[in-house]
Design a binder for this molecule. Structure first.
Ligand code: ADP
Length: 567
């Protein structure tokens, strides 16, 4: 090798040995250097060792670190704009990728000889040396450059590894969980800050004097020896709850322990036992307060449920009592109704005599008349039969009156249906005339075609009409003008009116004031019950009975009834 011959020259050899010795001291100097300092130191060293005009060191670009590019020039050249020179040299090297080449001298005239060595990180990291000396680089120069690059690469790699290590240590130290590892015989080698604080240990010196079993609460130790350590060593991991011991207070602290084995990545042999464990006191307290909350909640729910059940029971009882009260009240109402009917029946008893008096008188009259007719022999059989038929009709009518009254008293429902109003009026008028004798009364019946029907009980309504018409007849017994007008009309407000107007004596005030009260009468044989019964019947039909004086003498009785609903 020709360059070895060069070294045989004492001068060269001395230089070479001097440079190699200098290079061998660099790693020791770089121990605490950062990347930039390493790059700058190697550049400065090489300027003098290689007698170069420029040294450019480009450190590898790594994540989270700024790129490091350092350039040093000899005092012989002026760097001018260092950024420009850097770019030229770097671009020339990346272009040629040769270990030696020449470029136009960026510092002046002529050429700049270049020697470049990659730094072993891959990519474009490397050391580039330049000199205007045309003999640059000699083999010795390249040897020195290569050794410098290799030292710098190692130093930078170590720096990266240490930075990574520092990050991991800081991560573990800052963790709130207990992190530690021990030798396989159980001698602890490391316990993080949180671990020392949680267990009341002062630091790693105290930790190293213990065994991992000492970390466990006394009653956990046998289990650890017999079961857990063999499990960790056998399967590589155990995860579960364990009580550890606080070294100062002796308190048992529950931990969720992840206990595992660390194997050597290269040989696969077990190296350490390690743990990442979480203090469960906070979680347990939370669980306990949750459990208590749950219990109190359950208790409150139970209390509330029983209160609700009681309230429900009370409500049920109240509802039952109310229902019974309702039933009783209904019964009372019925009794009251019955009583009022009985009282009405009392009135009706009087009315009965009053009502029956008329048909029975008519009946007796007719029978007597018939007997006289038969005795005289002057009348035809047909005439006598008519008189007797009339007697029979009156007897039937009396019977009907009794039947209706009985039905009324027995609480039976009064039969109600649509009746033709003109028919009711005609019949009542005929009956009234027949009973009392016409007394020469001129009767006018006029019917509004819009008031053809009423809804009610035929007999009761007839009873009303009969009463009114008969009273009218009787009032006109002594008067000269004997006119009776019975007229129907459809009123605007959904009512039908039956007006019975006479030209009789009219009503004295003392009677008019108490007209519808029982037992007010001016008649020697009257009972004063007819109008009070009439009003009761009309009101039971949802209507009204009113009196008004007839202008020019006489009385008008007006019955209003609701128009029957369309069916
Ligand atoms: P009674 O006919 O048994 O007296 P009412 O209750 O039917 O009972 O009549 C009460 C009284 O009202 C009668 O006594 C009579 O004085 C008076 N009265 C009833 N209708 C008329 C009428 N159209 N004109 C004059 N007075 C009447």
């Amino acid at each position: 090798m020709p360059w070895v011959d060069e070294l045989s020259e004492p001068q060269e050899l001395r230089h070479c040995i001097r440079d190699l010795v200098a290079l061998s001291t660099l790693p020791a100097i770089w121990k605490d250097y950062n990347l930039w300092q390493i790059a700058d130191s190697v550049a400065a060293g090489l300027i003098s060792m290689l007698n170069a005009d420029v040294i450019y060191v480009s450190a590898p670009r790594v994540p989270d670190e700024a790129a490091v590019d350092v350039m040093r020039t000899s005092q012989a050249v002026s760097a001018g704009s260092p950024g420009r020179i850097e770019r030229i040299i770097r671009a020339a090297w990346l272009d040629s990728r040769e270990q030696t080449f020449a470029i136009d001298n960026p510092f002046g005239k002529g050429a700049l000889q270049i020697a470049a060595v990659p730094m072993g990180f891959g990519g474009d990291a490397g050391i580039i040396a330049g000199s205007v000396n045309p003999k640059f680089p000699s083999e010795t120069h390249r040897l020195v450059l290569g050794i410098a690059a290799s030292h710098a690469t190692l130093a930078m790699q170590r720096w990266h590894a240490e930075a990574q290590h520092r990050r991991l240590v800081s991560l573990i130290e800052r963790s709130s969980e207990l992190v530690g590892f021990a030798r396989l015989d159980g001698t602890p080698q490391y316990l993080n800050k949180a671990g020392c604080e949680l267990l009341g240990l002062s630091g790693i010196e105290e930790v190293e004097r213990l065994n991992i079993v000492d970390f466990l609460a006394p009653d956990e130790r046998t289990r650890a020896h017999r079961e857990l350590i063999p499990l960790v060593m056998g399967t590589g991991r155990w995860l579960g709850e364990l009580n550890l011991r606080h070294f100062k207070t002796g308190e048992d602290i529950p931990f969720l322990v992840d206990w595992f084995r660390i194997d050597d990545l290269r040989t696969g042999r077990p190296m350490n036992m390690a743990t990442v464990s979480r203090d469960l006191r906070g979680q347990k307290q939370l669980e306990e307060s949750l459990r208590r909350l749950n219990e109190s909640l359950e208790q409150r729910v139970a209390e509330r449920t029983s209160e609700l059940a009681d309230a429900l029971q009370r409500l049920t009882l109240e509802a039952e009592e109310r229902m019974q009260a309702d039933v009783r009240s209904q019964e009372l109402q019925l009794e009251l109704l019955h009583a009022s009917r009985l009282s009405a029946a009392g009135q009706m008893a009087g009315a009965l005599a009053h009502e029956l008096n008329q048909p029975l008188t008519a009946f007796t009259n007719s029978v007597n008349a018939g007997r006289l007719m038969i005795a005289s022999g002057a009348h035809s059989v047909d005439t006598v039969r008519d008189v007797l038929d009339e007697a029979a009709d009156q007897a039937l009518r009396a019977g009907e009156i009794i039947r209706r009254l009985r039905q009324f008293v027995l609480r039976g429902e009064t039969e109600m249906r649509i009746e033709k109003l003109p028919d009711l009026i005609r019949e009542a008028s005929a009956l009234a005339s027949a009973g009392t004798g016409a007394h020469g009364v001129r009767v006018r019946l006029s019917f509004d075609p819009r008031a053809e029907a009423v809804f009610g009980n035929r007999i009761q309504l007839q009873q009303v009409l009969l009463n009114l018409i008969r009273n009218a007849h009787e009032a006109m017994a002594e008067t000269e003008r004997r006119e009776l007008d019975v007229a129907t009309a459809r009123l605007d407000d959904g009512l039908i009116e039956i007006a019975v107007a006479d030209r009789g004596s009219g009503l004295p005030d003392y009677i008019a004031d108490h007209l519808f009260e029982p037992f007010h009468t001016t008649k020697s044989n009257g009972m004063g019950l007819g109008l009070s019964i009439c009003r009761s019947i009309v009101e039971a039909h949802g209507g009204k009975l009113r009196y008004e004086p007839n202008c020019g003498g006489g009385a008008i009785f007006r019955v209003t009834l609701p128009v029957p609903l369309e069916r």
